[in-house]
Design a binder for this molecule. Structure first.
Ligand code: IMP
Length: 204
């Protein structure tokens, strides 16, 4: 069974490939279909954006398509930056600029009110129109200053619940095992295992 990952992000595709290893599928990506256009992520929720990308790629390729959207939600900011996580400080903002804006907005907020969650939503759209959503979440706290230089995005200011290090201070393998993306991908993996078996028995 062939499945297309709706992404050009090589790191993301590799992570998905690693986690889905062992399932009888051949994983393709947007780069294997040069005619595919960039999908504008203008939805109000992670689910809207993931579904929009997966629907487009499934329709254009005729193959099952996977797409994800993720970001950080801060409780005291009513869920911001949310779907705007990548461009919080402006359209082409760097990770440092986004983190700086977040910390400025949270100035003076005491430690016990700095709850936040990373959320990930993965959509799988099948050529028969079936749509499935897999979600993952990791709760934690926003620091007052950035700490650590591993990872990306908001990793230097996020401490997962039950830990003392920020994601940017942890070994990548330690972060990967806890992350919102990992939790959603594990659910997708269970589903794809069943789907791949079904395809093998009925369609090959
Ligand atoms: P994407 O949907 O995976 O491209 O993520 C959108 C944005 O959310 C990223 O540009 C980051 O700012 C933020 N983000 C998502 N996942 C993480 C993470 O694991 N660590 C830090 N930031 C993240």
């Amino acid at each position: 069974m062939r499945v297309v990952v709706a992404s050009r992000n090589k790191k993301k595709i590799e992570e998905i490939r690693r986690i889905l290893e062992g399932i009888d599928i051949s994983l393709l990506s947007t780069d294997d279909f040069p005619h595919l256009e960039e999908v504008i992520e203008d939805g109000d929720t992670f689910e809207d954006n993931a579904l929009k990308k997966a629907r487009y790629v499934c329709k254009e390729t005729g193959l099952p398509a996977i797409a994800d959207d993720s970001g950080l939600e801060v409780k005291v900011l009513d869920g911001r930056p949310g779907v705007k996580s990548a461009r919080y400080a402006g359209e082409n903002a760097t990770d440092e600029e986004n983190v700086k804006k977040l910390l400025n907005e949270m100035k003076g907020i005491p430690p016990e009110k700095r709850q936040a969650s990373f959320k990930c939503c993965i959509a799988l759209v099948l050529p028969n129109g079936e749509e499935n959503i897999f979600t993952g979440q990791i709760d934690g706290w926003i620091t007052e200053k950035p700490r650590g230089n591993l990872g990306f995005g908001y990793d230097p200011v996020f401490i997962p619940e039950g830990y003392e290090q920020t994601f940017a201070e942890m070994k990548p393998s330690e972060k990967d095992a806890l992350s919102h993306r990992r939790k959603a991908l594990d659910k997708l993996k269970q589903f794809l295992l069943k789907l791949a078996n079904f395809y093998k028995q009925n369609l090959s």
